[in-house]
Write a protein of this length. Structure first.
Ligand code: GDP
Ligand code: MG
Length: 722
């Protein structure tokens, strides 16, 4: 029947064994029963037999005793380890239950009064001498495999009387042990595995006549001989007995005949184990932390019982993987619970303290990893580290959810404030827009970085939010650069507008054939002046905006084109149909009514009046050809840019209402088919007054001066007749 369903078999306390020293005695538990089943309750037993935290990780030892029935194995274990394994009663001489038993030693018997703190598990392998009774050598072999796969020290009993008898009791068992050991560790020995087992040969009923040294030499000779006789695979044949085993000896006096000496000998063995600690060595340990021991032992037994090759390193890795995962999942669940508590209610905003939040994250991560390390670090290093890394990544993924939410807010806010502040940037003599923008960007980027660094655990540099920051800032700067350049060009155009307007106003007092020469000269002068401000250092202009060379070149180009548009618009604002008419009226008045000295003229005769009137009108009318068209000695003024470029600069929109840019001044006017189709007769750029305007001005002027003439003539005639 399976062991799980029955209560674990605990060795009976009806045993006749009564310890001499009154120590606490620990009952044993059956690890493998006579049906070769593994006991599921080993871990419970270990927990029950030890104090919480008494055994941490690999801080325990396993010693097995192995050998023929009735060689005093259980007796030795009970005396040495204060356990309660079944001992055959003299009176009954029956075989004890077959199987593998284990007990936690509550205390190792020593000559010292101080209790040792070593944790020792003891395994008693019962009923292994199948060869003597001609039965079940299978179990003997499996038990040996199990003992070697788990134990650091293997105790073998030999009666003194049998030393030197090569075929004596237990020597056959040793052969099995050698073979089995070779199958377990042979292959890994070739890969420089340093693992060994200590064969502790205990000579029983040692009378003391033959010194232990001599007995040991004899036994070593026998062991070597046995090793040489062993049939080994060819690739392992060069390996020595000592590559696999350390051997040590201890002699016990006759238990019945020399009970005191026997007792002393047992305590001396205890001294060697836990006081002098000369028998345990690190390379005997199988490096399975106690939490994983049951799983490891059961896996090993499963492989052994199913006659599979028992590959110990693989088993160690499997156990390490399973346990490290289990530990990792456990600590991660706790982590998630704490994480919820700490961060779920933290809504991004002004009142989140990122320093405190970052510290809480670091603390939580460290606590979680510490918890993991405490339990997992003693498993196979590679697996432990792999699983630790995986755990760390899971932790970071969880933190990253928080990070992303807050980072988004921090970046949004920073970029938003930057966009507001950059609009208010005052360009000063000593600091260009670009320098100001850079300082501002630096300020906000470091504000963002500081906040994010606090909650990034130094890990999230690849976060999209962070990778995006630079682009976000660049976009704000680029947008503002466009605004700033527009403003700069706007100011330059205003300056040109004002300058040209002033020059024109001056000309209007008395326009002559040099008028447009001077106006255009002033225009070019103003344009050169504003361009000089953005001349830059080399051949490329610079607006101090941090814009690209090509943007700067395009900016200056736009400024120039728009300057022409501005010129056109100023001229048309100042010189209109009405303003020209008014100018002419004023001028006529001046010439007709006043003499060269500014004195009012008094006309005496009609002839005089007629001459003067004709001259004044002619002189006045001379203004019109000057003003009606922008013309210099080089001919009609033509912008240096194509109609298309002019329209792009806003010329078309304004011009279409009254005028249109001159076509054919540049190359690509034909490509603009839309406009060419509509405009049957394009108005030249240089045209200030249209023919209709001119007719209007001429007729109005004529009508008004005619009226004046008639009126004046009437006065002259009246005067003459009186
Ligand atoms: P096991 O079958 O190897 O576990 O042997 P036990 O411990 O059950 O002992 C078998 C018998 O040998 C018991 O009757 C013990 O009293 C006896 N015995 C135990 N130790 C010694 C010893 O050192 N010398 C002698 N002569 N008998 C012993
Ligand atoms: Mg026994």
């Amino acid at each position: 029947q399976p062991l799980g369903s029955a209560s674990p078999t605990i060795s009976s306390s009806s045993s006749s064994f009564v310890p001499i020293d009154q120590h606490h005695v620990q009952d044993a538990i059956q690890v493998i029963n006579e049906h070769k089943q593994f006991n599921q309750q080993i871990m419970e037993y270990i927990h029950g037999a030890t104090l919480p935290g008494q055994i941490v990780g690999n801080d325990y030892h396993i010693i097995s005793v192995f050998g023929s029935q009735s060689t005093g194995k259980s007796t030795l274990l009970n005396r040495l380890f204060n356990t309660n394994f079944d001992v055959m009663e003299e009176s009954r001489r029956q075989q004890t239950t077959k199987g593998i038993w284990m007990a936690v030693s509550p205390e190792v018997s020593t000559t010292s009064s101080k209790k040792s703190t070593e944790n020792v598990f003891v395994m008693d392998v019962e009923g292994t001498d199948g060869r003597e009774r001609g039965e079940d050598q299978d179990f003997e072999r499996k038990a040996a495999l199990f003992a070697l796969a788990t134990s650091e020290i293997l105790i073998i009993n030999i009666w003194e009387t049998q030393v030197g008898l090569y075929q004596g009791a237990n020597m056959g068992l040793l052969k099995t042990v050698f073979e089995v050991n070779l199958s377990l560790f042979g292959q890994s020995k070739l890969e420089n595995n340093t693992h060994k087992v200590l064969l502790l040969i205990v000579i029983r009923d040692h009378i003391g006549v033959t010194p232990l040294q001599a007995l040991a030499e004899t036994l070593i000779t026998d062991l070597n001989k046995m090793w040489l006789d062993l049939s080994k695979p060819a690739e392992l044949s060069h390996l020595k007995f000592s590559d696999f085993f350390d051997v040590d000896f201890h002699a016990l006096h006759h238990k019945v005949l020399q009970p005191d000496e026997f007792s002393k000998d047992v305590k001396l063995l205890g001294d060697r184990l836990v006081v002098k600690k000369e028998l345990f060595k690190p390379n005997y340990h199988h490096q399975i932390p106690v939490d994983g021991w049951t799983m490891y032992a059961e896996n090993c037994w499963d492989q052994i019982d199913n006659n599979k090759d028992l590959d110990l390193p693989t088993q160690q890795i499997l156990v390490a993987k399973f346990k490290c995962d289990e530990i990792s999942n456990g600590v991660y669940d706790e982590f998630v619970a704490k994480h919820h508590g700490l961060f779920d209610d933290k809504v991004p905003g002004e009142n989140v303290d990122y320093e405190q939040m970052g510290l809480a994250m670091v603390d939580l991560r460290e606590d979680t990893l510490d918890d993991y390390d405490t339990s997992a670090s003693r498993y196979n290093q590679t697996i432990y580290e792999q699983k630790r890394q995986a755990l760390k990544e899971k932790i970071h993924a969880k933190f990253r959810e928080v990070f992303d939410v807050h980072a988004k807010w921090v970046v949004e806010t920073g970029v938003g404030q930057f966009a507001t502040d950059i609009k208010k940037l005052k360009t000063r003599k000593d600091k260009s827009f670009f320098q100001g923008a850079q300082e501002l960007e630096h300020k906000y980027v470091s504000l963002i970085n500081t906040s994010l660094q606090l909650i990034s655990l130094g890990e999230f540099h690849d976060s999209e939010v962070i990778l995006d920051v630079k682009a976000r800032f660049d976009a704000v700067v680029a947008k503002q650069q466009v605004v700033e350049m527009k403003a700069i060009i706007g100011r330059a155009l205003a300056k040109i507008d004002a300058g040209v307007s002033k020059a024109l106003q001056q000309e209007l007092a008395s326009p002559d054939d040099q008028t447009w020469e001077r106006v255009m000269a002033r225009f070019h002068e103003l344009l050169a002046e504003v361009k000089a401000r953005y001349a830059g250092t080399g051949t490329v202009p610079d607006f101090g905006l941090g814009t690209s060379d090509s943007d700067n070149v395009a900016g200056v180009e736009r400024l120039q084109v728009q300057a022409w548009v501005a010129l056109h618009s100023v001229v048309h604002r100042v010189i209109t149909r009405d303003s020209v008419l008014q100018l002419m009226k004023d001028k006529f008045e001046d010439v007709f009514r006043y003499d060269e000295n500014g004195m009012p003229r008094l006309y005496q005769k009609v002839e005089e009046l007629e001459t003067s009137f004709g001259a004044a009108r002619k002189q006045t009318q001379q203004m019109v050809p000057v003003l009606e068209e922008m013309r210099t000695s080089e001919g009609a003024v033509v912008p240096r840019y194509s109609a298309r470029a002019m329209r792009a600069a806003g010329f078309g929109a304004r011009a279409r209402a009254s005028d249109a840019a001159s076509e054919g001044s540049d190359d690509d006017s034909n490509s603009d088919s839309d406009d060419s189709d509509n405009e049957t007769t394009p108005t030249p750029f240089s045209q200030v007054l249209s023919p209709a305007d001119r007719d209007h001005v001429a007729s109005r002027f004529k009508r008004e001066t005619d009226a004046q003439f008639v009126e004046t003539k009437r006065l002259v005639i009246q005067h003459a007749t009186h």
